[in-house]
Design a protein around this ligand. Structure first.
Ligand SMILES: *Cc1c(COP(=O)(O)O)cnc(C)c1O
Length: 388
């Protein structure tokens, strides 16, 4: 046992352990009743007609991009300040990601920049609820509708949140959730597409299951032979019953989970609010955050190098800390392929150089949160002494 305070930690109770054990004893380990139940739970929660469970958030986004017919030559407008998957899925389809800069309050794409980036080649806007913040989602949807293009909502960081009384996951023509262990709820690995569009739902169900006709998404037809009919080039993006059962129990606890995370975030915010060297996340009045991570930003006088030293110092005290997120356009692969360079998206870069994620999970104790915050403050004062 170490006393390390990790960056994130999944919240697994006896109920989760019991249900996974039940699935193991049942002998039905894939395509079963828990998949359907989990899909219905997430679809209901987000006010959607369809839920399509899959193997990861990335797989879900990939299927949506493909179901919308996005192909080589098409452009998709997206954010450079995100986890790399939100942009990689555009490349999977052979299409071109068109990055636009973010607004410094919400850390989501600036709507005016989105509008300005639309060309005759634009097929979709792929918007991310950065760190769980849904600000501007309605505006992106209005822009998409006005221009007769699609809005893909990458809701992988936002399950359980609301914006202007609408649930996160209800804004896009399709939305995708992710259930990796650091997300609000986890299935180990996993994802879910939600949509009201029957056609997108059918294609996603087919793509996840080797291109089979979605009505044959059932073990019954294995006998008849139609199990071996493949309508299109598909993938194996299925979610197992062990994962889906875990998801059902976690979904039942979602409200509790969201409020536990809210309490941890509030504690950090109250403590850091008075520190002029730190910028805490701002949450608009019409937003109910579902906190994905807790990220503070160093004020503008700090350099990326100083941020690096602060993160190293925090870690030396056995407290988790990380730079969330490095800009996608500055990743080696994107620089090489598209020629992106420093200065292309100045707001995203400036923020990305100064953000620090701190330990954040449901059962983070007050004592550990306070220790993490105190360690952060200690590192700030060391940097200040260094400067003088
Ligand atoms: C977590 C995440 C995903 C999906 O991640 P998987 O690990 O594939 O489930 C996609 N987009 C964003 C913005 C994410 O944070």
């Amino acid at each position: 046992m170490t006393d390390e305070i990790p960056l994130s930690h999944p919240d697994i109770t006896d109920a989760e352990i019991r249900i996974v054990t039940d699935v193991l004893r049942s002998g039905r380990l894939s395509i079963g009743p828990y998949q359907q139940e989990f899909e219905e739970e997430v679809a209901n929660r987000t006010g959607r007609t369809h839920g399509i469970a899959c193997s990861s958030g990335t797989a879900g986004l990939h299927m949506v991009v493909q179901a919308m017919g996005i192909a080589p030559g098409d452009e998709v407008i997206t954010t450079p300040f995100s986890f790399i998957a939100s942009s990689n899925v555009i490349l999977y389809a052979g299409a071109t990601p068109v990055f636009v800069d973010i607004d410094s309050r919400s850390l989501n794409m600036n709507p005016a920049s989105v509008e300005a980036a639309i060309t005759p080649k634009t097929k979709a806007i792929l918007a991310v609820e950065t760190f769980g913040n849904p600000t501007h989602m309605d505006t992106y949807r209005a822009i998409a509708d006005r221009n007769e293009i699609r809005l893909i909502e990458d809701a992988c960081e936002g399950l359980g949140g609301r914006y202007k009384k609408r649930p996160i996951g209800s804004f896009g023509h399709a939305a995708v959730f992710g259930f990796y262990p650091n997300k609000q709820i986890t299935t180990g690995e996993g994802g879910m597409v939600v949509t009201d569009d029957d056609r997108i739902a059918d294609i996603c169900r087919s793509l996840r299951n080797q291109g089979r006709d979605p009505v044959h998404d059932d073990t019954e037809v294995a006998r008849t032979g139609s199990w071996l009919t493949h309508e299109r080039l598909g993938y194996n993006y299925r979610m197992s019953e062990l994962q889906a059962a875990l998801g059902v129990v976690q979904m039942n606890r979602l409200d509790e989970i969201v409020s536990m995370r809210e309490a941890v975030a509030r504690r950090y915010i109250e403590r850091f609010m008075a520190t002029s060297d730190l910028i805490v996340p701002t949450v608009d009045a019409d937003t109910v955050m579902s906190w994905f991570v807790f990220v503070v930003r160093l004020s503008d006088q700090y350099s990326a190098e100083e941020r690096g030293r602060i993160i190293d110092g925090i870690r030396r005290h056995d407290v988790g800390a990380a730079a969330y997120f490095p800009c996608i356009h500055l990743q080696p692969f994107y620089r090489e392929r598209f020629g992106f360079k420093e200065g292309d998206f100045p707001i995203a870069e400036s923020i990305s150089n100064r953000t620090i994620a701190l330990p954040f999970y449901n059962r983070l104790t007050d004592r550990d949160a306070d220790f993490a915050a105190q360690t952060m403050e200690l590192m700030l004062s060391r940097e200040n002494i260094r400067r003088t």
